[in-house]
Design a protein around this ligand. Structure first.
Ligand code: HEC
Ligand code: HEC
Ligand code: HEC
Ligand code: HEC
Ligand code: HEC
Length: 647
């Protein structure tokens, strides 16, 4: 046959359609996999959620298939999982986790909140915020997410399988004493006999990095995990039956990094650590630690002198490990102290600490304190590092060791050269820095940066007056790029002072937000946008705010109770009578507030105190003040500005 163009064309088309029929249409027609338990028909809402899921591009980052090699992501996918999917949205790339089995793993509310603000749940997440979709659509998407995966797995997640179902906790050699005052002595001997000491050692060595020193799931490693470690202070752990504790700790949790501990801990060790977690974190109560005297092995003099380097090394460990409970100023008010019983002590108590020897500190840091959450640091830190902690605590906090002379300025700010080249990234926002400053810095540096925060008052040297940075930081002190220079001070702390080395605690992008806040509030100033000031409009979440409902539920709101709070938290900026430009604002680069307007509504005042005024120095006091305090302040402001409370 002659190969004319026509024949080539027709032949080509025949081959093309034959191939298409074989690889596209035939499989689709003969593909009839048996439906699995995962593949289930969707109701109307779930179907709508699915459409929203792919029309918003969730599938660009999230896959929905688990291969044999995908260890720990759940059961491998089967054709029958997809029988109701048309088109199938397997997804292309795993930028985020695979979602095949996400259903029922989280509550629907969690899904909605996470979609609205992913970084609230997973600080480093690059998942975009989908708040713009509105509650209804986000809820619909979560209906779809809730439907994904094996619906019987939820049940398996909560009730232990054989052989764990019948496990009961072994009887302890020594019963754990109650908080009954007539109970037998509760010091070290009882603590050790009850195996809680073994549990503490295991917890500090194996669990602390994930579940955190305070058992709240905020260990160092947790920040980078997609499925965050359990917070033992929350349900269901507080009341979880023993067999489930034992099962989870032995087998680990599928789909998360929680390891199967039966691989490395024997049965007695697993029970010891479970007991420890239950007694100290899940349902703690006050017991008399009755520590006794320092044992011989620890009763030594500190071999390390109080040098600048030892102080700095001690500070770094302190910021990383101790600050979460004991606080940055060692007043016992660390960010993780919630629900710790007993609370960490305040190192400012002179009477208590004057008689303390080096051995007193060294012993407690090494072995922990019985019945309390104070870990046994000897399993994580060398003897030298523990002595450096003693140096740091004694020079900076209990001030029972003489502080060395300050280094010359050139050495004080002698940080790695890289910092001289760094500049504030755009992503570091003023608002994020403001929130952080209120929570992490204001108790030392004061609300107006004047260095007059209550926790800083006993420190030596006192926290810096940040408003002086205006002249200080730009003149000499090591760098003409003071953004980078500020970051280096944040990162390493200030030598020979209690200013923490935040690099041990906060990731770089959070340190930058602090730099932005400090720079714009205290050094360069920030033009205040006219639009947010005194416009009287109540932000959306507060429109329905009504003191009446609150008052009937919790207590009586009164302007008199608001006054002392006003003097403590507000007068420095707003003046003693709300006239504006209070004493703390004199050299504030960001400008002082004007007189408080006369005709503000309750809801407006409440919203400003709780959430702050965006782009101004006005903090959202939510993290520091309870709702009743905010109402009392609202009542007081109402009175100050000439209104009548209750009217
Ligand atoms: C730019 C990529 C990206 C897009 C688009 C995206 N995500 Fe994510 N998603 C992530 C990353 C990264 C994580 C892991 C960190 C986290 O939990 O936020 C994540 C986590 C999740 C989780 C938690 C999974 C778990 O195991 O805890 C859910 C649920 C989720 N995304 C749903 C969605 C939905 C629904 C959409 C669409 C509305 C979406 N994502 C769009 C990247 C993305
Ligand atoms: C590598 C990090 C990591 C370490 C180390 C770790 N865990 Fe976990 N753990 C997790 C994660 C993540 C979860 C949450 C799993 C989930 O809820 O899906 C968890 C959950 C748990 C739970 C709750 C199980 C449940 O019912 O959901 C218990 C109990 C627990 N861990 C105990 C321990 C103990 C005891 C140790 C030390 C011996 C330990 N963990 C060490 C990461 C860890
Ligand atoms: C989980 C919270 C927590 C962490 C983390 C923690 N502590 Fe403690 N610490 C406590 C508690 C609780 C006490 C005991 C309070 C009591 O005896 O009533 C305590 C007691 C102490 C004591 C003894 C004080 C006294 O008056 O007897 C010292 C010293 C101490 N801690 C130092 C440290 C150091 C150093 C670190 C970091 C390496 C650290 N702590 C980390 C909670 C913690
Ligand atoms: C425990 C109290 C304490 C806390 C909390 C604290 N600081 Fe400091 N800060 C100090 C002390 C003390 C100094 C050093 C004063 C001196 O050397 O004279 C200082 C110095 C500084 C300096 C350097 C000033 C200079 O002269 O260069 C900056 C900037 C600073 N702090 C910012 C912050 C920020 C931002 C936070 C919150 C993330 C914070 N500090 C939290 C106590 C504290
Ligand atoms: C660091 C200084 C600072 C502190 C502390 C502070 N504010 Fe403000 N406040 C401001 C600034 C700045 C504004 C913006 C309005 C302006 O610039 O006039 C503002 C605005 C307000 C407004 C809205 C006024 C308007 O014109 O819209 C109220 C109400 C208010 N603050 C109450 C309080 C209360 C109550 C406290 C104490 C709990 C407090 N503020 C603490 C600086 C501060």
């Amino acid at each position: 046959m002659k190969m004319t163009f026509k024949i080539i064309l027709i032949g080509g088309l025949i081959v093309f359609f034959a191939v298409v029929t074989v690889v596209v249409f035939t499989p689709a027609m003969i593909w009839k996999p048996a439906q699995t338990v995962v593949g289930e028909r969707r109701n109307v809402d779930q179907e709508r959620g699915r459409v929203l899921f792919y029309s918003n591009g969730c599938n660009y980052c999230h896959t929905q298939y688990v291969r044999d090699v995908d260890n720990g992501m759940g059961a491998t996918s089967d054709g029958g999982d997809y029988v109701f999917d048309n088109p199938m949205i397997l997804g292309s790339e795993r930028t985020g986790p695979d979602l095949s089995h996400i259903g029922r793993k989280r509550s629907m509310q969690w899904e909605v909140d996470h979609m609205r603000a992913p970084r609230e749940y997973s600080p480093m997440s690059i998942m975009p915020s989908f708040g713009f979709l509105g509650d209804k659509d986000m809820r619909t998407i979560s209906e779809y997410l809730f439907h994904l995966g094996d619906r019987t797995a939820a049940e398996r997640m909560v009730s232990s399988p054989a052989p764990y179902a019948t496990t009961t906790a072994p009887k302890m050699a020594q019963a754990i004493p109650s908080n009954d005052p007539s109970a037998p002595p509760q010091g070290w001997p009882t603590f050790i006999d009850s195996t809680l000491y073994d549990g503490k050692l295991i917890y500090t060595a194996r669990c602390l990095t994930c579940h955190g020193c305070a058992g709240n799931g905020l260990g160092h490693y947790a920040g980078t995990l997609i499925v965050t470690p359990a917070n033992f202070k929350e349900e269901p752990f507080r009341d979880m039956p023993d067999d489930q504790w034992f099962w989870h700790v032995s087998e680990g949790i599928q789909g998360s990094v929680m390891p199967p501990w039966r691989e490395s801990l024997n049965v007695a060790q697993r029970w010891a650590v479970i007991r420890y977690v239950q007694e100290v974190y899940a349902h703690p109560f006050e017991r008399d630690p009755n520590e006794g005297d320092v044992p011989k092995a620890y009763d030594k003099k500190n071999p390390l002198p109080a040098t600048l380097d030892n102080i700095q090394a001690g500070k770094e460990t302190w910021t990383r490990e101790c600050l979460p409970c004991h606080g940055d100023a060692a007043t016992g008010e660390g960010p993780y102290r919630r629900n710790i019983i007993p609370l960490p002590p305040s190192f400012t108590d002179k009477n208590h600490y004057d008689p303390f020897t080096d051995g007193d500190y060294f012993w407690r840091i090494s072995e922990g304190v019985p019945w309390t959450a104070m870990p046994t640091w000897k399993v994580q830190y060398t003897e030298m590092q523990r002595w450096q902690l003693v140096v740091y605590i004694r020079t900076m906090f209990t001030q029972t060791t003489k502080r060395p002379a300050d280094p010359p300025k050139s050495e004080r700010f002698n940080y790695p050269a890289i910092y001289k080249t760094l500049h504030l990234p755009k992503a570091a926002t003023y608002e994020a820095g403001k929130k952080q400053f209120l929570v992490l810095c204001s108790h030392c540096h004061g609300l107006t940066g004047a260095g007059d925060g209550a926790a800083g008052s006993y420190l030596n040297p006192k926290p810096a007056d940040l408003r002086k940075l205006k002249t200080g930081i730009k003149t000499g002190e090591g760098s003409d790029n003071y953004e980078g220079s500020l970051l280096s001070r944040m990162t390493f702390g200030i030598r020979n002072s209690a200013m923490p080395s935040w690099g041990e605690f906060l990731p770089e992008h959070e340190r930058w937000t602090d730099v932005r806040f400090v720079k714009e509030s205290f050094v360069d100033g920030k033009p205040t946008p006219a639009s947010v000031m005194g416009d009287g409009r109540v932000p959306a979440p507060y429109v329905r705010t009504d003191p009446g409902i609150f008052q009937s539920e919790i207590g009586t709101i009164s302007p008199d109770a608001g006054k002392p709070l006003y003097d403590q938290y507000c007068a420095a900026c707003h003046g003693s009578d709300g006239q504006g430009a209070g004493p703390g604002t004199k050299t504030l680069a960001s400008g002082a507030p004007a007189a408080l307007p006369k005709d503000m509504s309750n809801a407006y005042i409440f919203s400003r105190i709780r959430a702050g005024a965006p782009d101004t120095m006005m903090y959202g006091f939510d993290p520091l003040l309870q709702e009743i305090d905010i109402w009392n302040l609202t009542a007081y402001i109402r009175q100050l500005t000439g209104g009548v409370w209750g009217g």
